[in-house]
Design a protein around this ligand. Structure first.
Ligand code: NAG
Length: 404
């Protein structure tokens, strides 16, 4: 049977071949969908863990950034050695860059390369950035060893920093062994961190999991955080923060603070932390301020549905933080005003007898502290609570008995 191909059919055929081949060229083997895809390997990145791929990643970013429509950068499986890399959004022509990572970004093994550079992977002034998947391997163990031996070592750098950016979503990222913090969010608005896996040794110094400051509208959901310092730390200027379904430990727990190290400092307001399991951590839910003059504040915090497994300080407010030898705070009381903090459905085991400890500022006592349905025990014995300069109320079953 003879097939009669009409003119319009040929036109469509040619058109569709043209569309397919032009997509394939841009795709370079990865990604999909109707947006241009820039594969870092087409820009010279090598997945061998040894060749420096920093320039290739920056070039792929520049191309995605120059696209007038949303664009995807694709990182195929493999290990990519990356030095200090700053991805700037200032001149981007679209606000929809997706970085899809199937591989691992590896920091230089010599900590002196990044140690004083201030950042490793950094995003500055981006809008509408999405990071999907991927692993960041900070190779921090040799710097931790240096610090733990009290030698003269560089401060180290956080693995991922997002600065002065809006509308950022990070989904399914893994962070391993950073030199310093895993992730810092600073000066940002509307940030979602979903399904993160964060891991570093229990004795790794300064390895906070997620640190937020000067940012509003930050959601952290479904994270597993095992590290040597705070799981999540909320610094000055953290507002409208929501953290939910977090596994924490080892580490120092979830902390609002340290606050009040400066005289003029933005406050922390409207924070919800719910459904967190703490395992063997130093603290559970903590608020920590320096014993120093400051006009900072903490207002409107809800800690809800937490399970404590052998946690040293399950519920703690410490307003007398003044590390040894700091003459600037000895004998002073904190200027940070803490009000409206609710602890609801917090249960489990404390590793010390004092399971609830409110050590508030003499000058500005904590007010509006609420304990509701709190049940904490100490090695199958009753635990105790301790209050100084703390006011509020309790409701429901509260054990140890409230001292508010
Ligand atoms: C408090 O923060 C949440 C997000 O965590 C937000 O949805 C809510 O609108 C905020 N409330 C106020 C009064 O700003």
């Amino acid at each position: 049977m003879a097939t009669k191909i009409t003119f319009p059919t040929i036109q469509i055929l040619i058109l569709s071949i043209f569309i397919h081949s032009s997509f394939a060229a841009k795709k370079g083997g990865g990604g999909g969908g109707a947006v241009p895809v820039y594969n870092v390997q087409s820009f010279g990145a090598k997945a061998n863990g040894k060749s420096d791929s920093t320039h290739a990643f920056l070039s792929a970013w520049a191309a995605a950034c120059a696209s007038v429509q949303p664009a995807t950068i694709y990182v195929p499986p493999g290990r990519y050695l990356i030095g200090a890399a700053a991805f700037w959004g200032t001149t981007c022509k679209n606000s929809g860059i997706t970085l899809r990572i199937d591989g691992t970004l590896v920091a230089p093994s010599d900590y002196n390369v990044l140690g004083r550079s201030g950042s490793w992977i950094k995003f500055e002034r981006t809008d509408g950035l999405t990071i999907l998947g991927g692993t960041l391997d900070g190779q921090g163990a040799s710097l931790w060893a240096c610090k733990n031996h009290g030698r003269n070592c560089p401060k180290g750098t956080q693995s991922l920093g997002v600065y002065n950016s809006n509308n950022v979503m990070v989904n399914g990222l893994t962070s391993l062994d950073p030199q310093f913090f895993h992730i810092i969010i600073d000066g940002c608005h509307n940030i979602k961190l979903l399904g993160m896996t964060i891991s570093a040794a229990a004795d790794s110094p300064n390895t906070d999991g997620i640190h937020v400051q000067s940012s509003s509208g930050v959601t952290i959901k479904n994270a597993q955080i095992r590290t040597g310092d705070d799981c999540i730390s909320l610094g000055p200027g953290s507002t409208n923060v929501w953290a939910e379904n977090i596994g924490c430990g080892p580490g120092h727990g979830i902390s609002i603070g340290s606050l009040g190290s400066n005289l003029n400092e933005p406050g922390v307001q409207n924070v919800t932390v719910k459904s967190v399991t703490f395992t063997g951590t130093e603290n559970g839910v903590r608020i920590k301020t320096w014993a120093k003059q400051s006009n900072g504040f903490v207002r409107g915090v809800l800690f809800q549905h937490a399970t404590m497994n052998n946690v040293q300080n399950p519920i703690i407010i410490d307003q007398n933080y003044c590390p040894n030898g700091d003459g600037k705070c000895s004998g002073q009381s904190s200027g940070v005003k803490i009000s409206g903090v609710t602890y609801q459905d917090i249960h489990g085991t404390s590793a010390t007898q004092v399971a609830v400890n409110f050590d508030c500022s003499k000058k500005y006592p904590c007010s509006g502290i609420t304990l509701q349905d709190v049940h904490l025990s100490y090695q199958n014995r009753p635990a105790t609570s301790s209050c100084s300069n703390a006011g509020g109320s309790s409701a429901g079953l509260v054990d140890p008995r409230s001292c508010l």
